[in-house]
Design a protein around this ligand. Sequence first.
Ligand code: HEM
Length: 608
Amino acid sequence: MPRFQAPTQFKRFLLETYFIILLLVDSEIFFQVDTLSLSTDKIMFDHGRKNPKKKMIFNHIAIVHNYNKMTANTTAAARRSVHSYLIRSISIYSTTKKTSACMLRTMISNMLLPFLFLFLSTLLYILPKKKSKFNPPGPPGLPFIGNLHQLDQSSLHTSLWNLTKSYGPIVSLRFGFNSAVVISSASLAKEVLKTQDLSFCDRPSFIGQQKLTYDGLDMAFSPYNEHWRKMRKIFTLHLFSPKRVHSFRHIREDEVSTAMKTIHDLALSGKTVNLSEVMKNMTTIIMMKMCFGKKYHCRDGLEIKKVLGLLNEVQAYLVDLYFSDIWPGLPFVGLVDRLTGKMNRQDKCFRSLDSFYQQLIDERLNPQEDKSYEEEEDDLIDILLQLEKDKLFSLTHDHIKVMLMDVLVAGTDTSAAIVVWAMTLLIRNPVVMQKAQEEVRNVMGKDGKISEDDLPKLAYLKAIIKETMRLYPPAPLLVPRETRKEATVHGYQIKQKTLVYVNAWAIGRDPKSWNNPGEFFPERFMGKCDIDFKGNDFELIPFGAGRRICPGMSIGVVTVELLLANLLYLFDWGLPDGIRKENIDFDAMPGITMHKRNELCLLAHVNF
Ligand code: HEM
């Protein structure tokens, strides 16, 4: 065996590893590799002097070394030519050196290669990165996992809020290999969502979302691009224009009446009302009927339960992070994700929903199978199929399915969550409850029914809803955003592709913006205070703001107002036997929508 075989193999091994790193990681890491390669360079040079035949390796390393430097200031074309030279050199080298012992080592080294790569990648992240003084402050993270261990995933918004107490209103974090910033003050939210909205209006692209959104065809999770603009136009001009929202009024009023009747029956039989369940079912039926037609739920009550279950699953998958999201680029993470079985479950859920939408589309395209649709006014499927036919937006069936998914996922449980939080706050604050009931009953007299025309007269009720959304915004961290380009906020630099969380929950409780922020005090919104949630007052942003502000705000708010007004008008509310008001807790469930963890079960007494 030649004397220098072992070091040569080692060099080749290093060279290959470098090469793979260079191919797989981004240019930022090249500079860190650069430091390593300097010392390796020296070793190679020494060996090269002792054995001139091995100079070839040194040349390779030199090329790699140059390559590192080139990435800073040369063009992609130059980089490509270095790539191809490296590939050629490595293959020539491997074919000229194959003795049997060498082959054995090659095999071993090739098996070790992935592990070494893993080790090196870890090392690169372990080496303490110098935090630039221009980065926002934040807690030091651990190698590889970053700050993941410091966050309580069951209540992310509160654990992020706790960090602001030590680091201020802008905090930088690392989730695995992803950089993130958290914004927790009204002035910085204005900077990010309004002044520099264009730099902050992308959405991150996570594995779970890709599949469920037909590879990014939807609007809510799409990056900010031409496709998003097209979908947003369809949403605001065709699906939820003020005229269209008004045309769905009869669906909302009918369904609220049905829900009140259910509560009425429970009240007469002295049974407790599970408000969490009633509200969730009812808002789902409203959205389903808007999407699929007035008669939808007459077809099969059970099917609604099944779809509700699937939508809950989708919601969980949309925010769930896979290993490949946390450590993108690492080998094997995709495999690990597969092995956990999560992807299979997600695929199954996707297929079930897809066939459900397809069936509804087929029925609509083939009306003789179900004549009941013919007599109805346009619902969202009709409108979308018509747009597809008109070829105005080059829509496909997948676009239609994904739009329906956005409406159902974003629109069903947000309104239900607000009503449940409002009723929780009211039962804990009987004086406010009584004041609200007096308002509704005085305005309505004994008419027996509240319609949407009555809502503008209910100023105190509206204040209660604002106060509820200040304390319990249904999406406490909005929908995560991502920077489209580098930006400077508050003097700090934020890199392109940084995850951005705006903590609407913390902003609603910031003592700099609110007196006694923890107190439920709807009166703060009466009188002179004209703070609103429409995206202009950054102290109160339950619907977000800027380009990506919630496009379903008006339909969501009117549904909440109608529901709450009816609950307060028709019933007096009390606690089940043995429960004191202090037992009613405010624990929240994790998820993109913040629901009350323990269902709200109350006793209703019929008022009229
Ligand atoms: C009433 C309760 C609701 C609340 C509190 C709420 C809240 C939000 C929030 C915070 C966002 C993210 C905004 C941002 O990134 O700045 C959002 C986006 C969105 N909401 Fe809502 N929403 C509600 C109801 C609805 C309804 C009823 C619909 C549909 C009919 C809807 C559809 C959407 C869509 C499609 C987006 C994504 C917009 C985009 O990315 O361009 N939401 N919502």
